[in-house]
Design a protein around this ligand. Sequence first.
Ligand code: ADP
Ligand code: MG
Length: 393
Amino acid sequence: MNIHEYQAKELFDRFQVPSPRGAVASTPEEAAAAAKEFAGAKLVIKAQVHAGGRGKGHFKNGFQGGVHLIESPEQAAEFASKMLNETLVTVQTGEAGRLVRKVMVAEAVDITHEYYLAILMDRATSRPVIVASTEGGMSIEDVAHNTPEKIIRQFVHPLLGLQRYEIGKLAAALGLSGDLGKQFGKLLANLYKLFIASDCSMVEINPLVTTPDGRVLALDAKFGFDDNALYRHPDIVAYRDKDEEDPREVAASEYDLNYIGLDGNIACLVNGAGLAMATMDIIKHYGGEPANFLDVGGGASKEQVTAAFKIILADPNVKGIFINIFGGIMDCNVIAEGVIAAAKETGLPIPLVVRLEGNNVEMGKATLDASGLDITSASTMADGAEKIVAAVS
Ligand code: ADP
Ligand code: MG
């Protein structure tokens, strides 16, 4: 799960990670009111979407940039009206872009230098890793590619936690000493606390800045949370913005389905993550493109299968469906009944290839046969993949 920058600021405030004051707005009037609150200060206005690269992005209405310096409440309203309810395209959103529903008005600070600071969960070492660089503000991927020596990594022992000497090493590597070093150390220690306490998978500050008046501040924030730990963080779940998520994935999550939308036109309904991966591979092997990853799980109910099938059918890109089930715990007849229930409600306007094997397979096949639905059955996984690829091309 991800959150917006203005929500991230609330977490920063709670854990004493310094960042400029800011307020969120959904209308130009609210943006002007927020700007009045910070009267006297220089201000920025920032589009709030779950994607980075906003500063260098552009709106489909031709307006350039999702981050702007402004000087008055009038200007806040003017810029808000150019960004709100408009689509922002950045390197991270893809061509489709993201609709901006909120903006944040924040105090603008003078910047001496922009740094990069992130904490991630590193799978290879099973440890949190702090990633830092003096080359902040820009795309960290480019820095990693062009000047990999400028990326500093510090692994942290998960039980011992972040040590003072590790903080010192990082501060020194970034060239932060004296009072700036101290402020950086405090900020990083608090950020690490926030990362662990909130079960983050990632927290990224780009840029972290030093200012001419000697402060260290987080000017941007990106968070990722471990979905499996969200049950212990109702406060973070409350930050969820379903408008920012793939609607297909939102629907799937309501039925506890493991679903990830993809760009192809062949929908897959499979049980087991391994088989789902293999099914996507074999579709590609025969020249097709999968429209999704979908694992209905081992013990899916008829209702879940019905929901899964409906989500697939609601996707306008889908031109054919391949059901590939190896019933171990899964009862093949439950799949058959779920598919029929969904097809009865929505119709079956596109080709459906089914390969069923395993637990109660005879019953499952008989149920599908008796349904009168136009279904192509496949004897093996390869046979099924070939048939669905042929059907959509
Ligand atoms: P994104 O990464 O999505 O482009 P950022 O929040 O990093 O958005 O903003 C882009 C740039 O705008 C930053 O690198 C920084 O130079 C500037 N900026 C952002 N917030 C502020 C602020 N509060 N005061 C001054 N400059 C800012
Ligand atoms: Mg940024």
